[in-house]
Design a protein. Structure first.
Length: 348
């Protein structure tokens, strides 16, 4: 979508785990934009971080209250990025600009399955909560919904947003069950809570699902995608990643490395930060490139590595043939050293 949609914050409230929920109204939005607003979908927000630099970030739509009124849940990270600035500055009446709305995993895409497993880590809970709320509404209307098993991974019990809502739904419906795996706190195992992470034995004991939805950090989504493929090879897999790949920390005393990006189309040369992916390096130097998810899901930032030394983090969309032909995603590729030549407008 080409024009910016101005949304007005009508309400805010705090959830557990440093999560704040914003209720936004899309004033004057056209029909196309409103149709794209779907629970479980996302909106692209253009907003500054604490340095004052405007950046695009995606946030899940956790609830639709009216056709132009919706909720997003934003987690404070402490890294002084866009999410933290939203926490600090947005209040009732604030204006938040949106660039577009889109959906990957929706109620319509999974409602016809008989049994669905959802795996979520941290703020990845925003996608399941949106879908589960819609299923609850459909169930109350007497319509078919799949049997849903939700598996959550959180560091501590106090970090879990929407917990009361999930407990109530788990205790009052037959189609929904959930289990929380608490990874950094000693707890006693009980009906809804289990210490540690889901084991292979636990996953194997689940009834075979028709579909699996995975959502969380890039690392979480990648690790569980591999495990799910092993245990449920016939299940339809849906994956969402809520954070970009990160560069591993260099060990103390490691020699500093430098790199340059050479743009094949223009011959432009820019100094590259090897701790940033190619997408961030390009944007830091005010070079526009198409991008959306920033986490290896959508494939929008596809380019071709013509030559050079790079590190490739896992993505969720390129084929082995694509990679063999030099294609990569800018959000998942880190320059390592020396000159790296890239073609931004490579043929697809």
């Amino acid at each position: 979508m080409s024009r910016i949609i101005q949304t007005r914050c009508e309400h805010t409230h705090a959830e557990a785990g440093g999560v704040k929920v914003f209720t936004l109204r899309a004033d004057g939005a056209d029909t196309g934009f409103l149709d794209a607003l779907q629970p479980g979908g996302h909106v692209a927000i253009r907003y500054p971080d604490f340095s004052g630099t405007p950046r695009q970030r995606l946030y899940s739509i956790t609830r639709m209250n009216e056709p132009d009124l919706f909720e997003i849940a934003v987690k404070r990270t402490g890294r002084r990025g866009v999410s933290d600035y939203l926490h600090s500055t947005v209040k009732e009446g604030s204006i938040i600009p949106l660039q577009y709305a889109a959906s990957t995993v929706t109620v319509a895409s999974i409602s016809n399955f008989h049994r669905v497993v959802m795996l979520a880590g941290g703020i990845g809970i925003t996608l399941p909560i949106a879908l589960i709320r819609e299923f609850a509404s459909l169930s109350r209307s007497g319509k078919h919904v799949p049997a849903v098993t939700l598996l959550l991974c959180f560091p501590r019990v106090a970090d879990i947003p929407f917990l009361h809502e999930l407990l109530e739904l788990g205790l009052t419906t037959e189609w929904f069950t959930f289990r929380v795996f608490v990874t950094r706190e000693d707890i006693q195992a009980c009906t809804h809570f289990q210490p540690g992470r889901p084991s292979d034995h636990f996953l194997e004991a689940l009834q075979q699902p028709d579909a699996v939805v995975i959502c969380g950090s890039h690392t979480f989504a990648h690790q569980f995608r591999q495990r799910v493929a092993n245990w449920f090879p016939r299940a339809r897999l849906f994956a969402e990643s809520f954070t970009p790949p990160t560069s591993p920390s260099e060990p103390p005393g490691a020699p500093l490395t430098s790199a340059r990006l050479l743009l094949a189309e223009t011959g432009l040369v820019i100094e590259a930060d090897t701790n940033k992916n190619i997408l961030d390096n390009l944007e830091t130097n005010h070079i526009s490139i198409r991008s959306q998810c920033r986490s290896g899901i959508c494939g929008s930032c596809r380019l071709r590595i013509v030559s050079g030394n790079c590190r490739f983090e896992p993505d969720f969309c390129l084929s082995d043939g694509d990679r063999a032909n030099g294609y990569a995603l800018a959000c998942c590729t880190f320059p390592k050293s020396g000159d790296v030549t890239i073609a931004l407008h490579a043929s697809r």
